[in-house]
Design a protein around this ligand. Structure first.
Ligand SMILES: Nc1nc2c(c(=O)[nH]1)N[C@H]1C(S)=C(S)[C@@H](COP(=O)(O)O)O[C@H]1N2
Ligand SMILES: [Mo]
Length: 403
């Protein structure tokens, strides 16, 4: 069964009340509360903590409240991986500091024959390790372009294109832990739960950040990760241990992992019902579920950057697709009137770097990059509108000035 089919089946179960965790009635109740304007003060933990621990110098990051996106100009001249000092951070509340020595990962639930099981950090480290180079990308990456490029109103963090990073993650396959704990054949969903403060929004405490995923995906390629780019996972990226769910939207990759429930019935949380569904014209009233990221490209340049007029400049950037490797990227330097194919450089793992030489005449110019992956997915001119501004995949108009 493919991911889309499973999501549709699960949606049917949710609508029929055959699911646990966060029911359709919970959602309706919440929506009514929010409409009544009930407000909750942030908890002491939320109010006191600095949302992000690492330095966020303005040449590397643009900060939005508890979140920080990478400036694409900060990736020029960098290698294939995004160094930790410039990797974007998306926090619903704030980065918790967790004591590695007393930390445990609890595996629980009716889907385990030998559960519940607790793992210490040392026990995880002693299990066979796997390394994977993959992206973490927020579902809302590129969201601001729904408004600035398409004139549409969306809610959520107004990311440009910097809510993505590619790193080398090392850890234990979730499959190894599930089999060790005696995964039952009738297990269907797993629910990873974060140890950061509860998320409070619209006057309601939604509990800890958590989002279920099907056992099928959990067994395929999900990593319980304790290293990032060869270093112990840093606090902002989930220390001591986070999930890495390749190709899926960033919210699947739960940071500060505390427990994983393995259930024999479909599970729901606000993060696969109220959020991270597609709402709006053309979508079902209850929202269309989705899990995978899409296809995008970005120039390693600030928007509005100044380039030397009449001199050859090497334009560089990267393209990526959650569906598979990038086949080619076409570049326009005249607002989409004409296109030239970029030269691909370096490995095409998780994303593909490219470059193109260009001698701009003096004046204002609009650059565009349009990627195509090996399955023929390509970036459209217009992304499909949805109220929460997810999955922006259109080619982004990038203004520069030559002087
Ligand atoms: N526990 C927990 N996990 C979380 C989040 C969070 O706020 N709390 N944010 C999610 C979202 S929305 C994204 S996009 C990624 C971001 O990972 P990063 O901050 O390491 O870049 O983490 C995900 N995992
Ligand atoms: Mo996200």
């Amino acid at each position: 069964m493919d991911e889309g089919t499973y999501d549709r089946q699960r949606l049917g179960q949710w609508l029929a009340g055959e699911a646990r965790g966060f029911s359709r009635r919970d959602l309706l109740k919440l929506t009514a509360l929010a409409g009544a304007g009930v407000a909750l003060a942030p908890t002491a933990a939320q109010a006191a903590a600095a949302p992000i621990v690492k330095p966020l110098p303005p040449e590397l990051f643009t900060v939005f409240g508890t979140n920080a996106e990478t400036r694409w100009s900060a990736l020029a001249g960098q290698g294939h991986l995004v160094p930790i000092d410039r990797f974007f951070v998306r926090n619903h509340t704030s980065t918790p500091i967790i004591d590695q020595a007393s930390w445990r990962l609890h595996l629980t639930g009716a889907g385990l024959r030998r559960g519940p099981v607790d793992y210490t950090y040392g026990q995880l480290r002693a299990l066979p390790a796997t390394t994977v180079t993959t992206a973490v990308e927020c579902a809302g990456n590129g969201r601001s372009f729904f408004t600035t490029q398409q004139g549409q109103t969306v809610s959520g963090t107004a990311w440009q294109l910097g809510a993505i990073g590619v790193a080398r993650w090392r850890g234990v396959r979730l499959a190894t832990l599930l089999h060790h704990a005696g995964l039952r054949p009738d297990a269907v969903d797993v629910l990873p739960v974060g140890l950061d403060p509860n998320y409070v929004t619209g006057g309601v405490d939604l509990g800890p950040v958590r989002r279920p995923l099907p056992v099928r995906k959990a067994l395929r390629d999900v990593l319980v990760a304790y290293e990032m780019n060869g270093e112990p996972l840093p606090p902002d990226h989930g220390a001591p241990v986070r999930l890495i769910v390749p190709h899926w939207i960033g919210i699947a990759s739960i940071k500060w992992l505390g427990s994983i429930e393995v259930a024999t019935e479909p599970l729901f949380s606000p993060w696969n019902t109220q959020f991270y569904r597609l709402f709006g014209p053309g979508f079902p009233a209850e929202g269309q579920p989705f899990d995978r990221q899409t296809i995008k490209s970005a120039f390693e340049l600030d928007r509005g950057a100044t380039l030397p007029a009449g001199r050859t400049t090497r334009l560089t950037g990267r393209s990526w697709s959650a569906a598979g490797p990038i086949k080619h990227t076409d570049i326009s330097t005249d607002g989409g009137a004409t296109w030239r194919r970029a030269r691909q450089v370096g490995p095409g793992v998780a994303w593909q770097s490219w470059e193109l030489d260009w001698r701009p005449p003096a004046g204002s110019h609009t650059l565009l990059a349009r990627a195509t992956d090996v399955h023929g997915n390509t970036q459209p001119d217009v992304a499909t509108y949805n109220e929460l501004g997810y999955l922006f995949n259109a080619a982004v108009r990038h203004p520069v000035v030559a002087a």
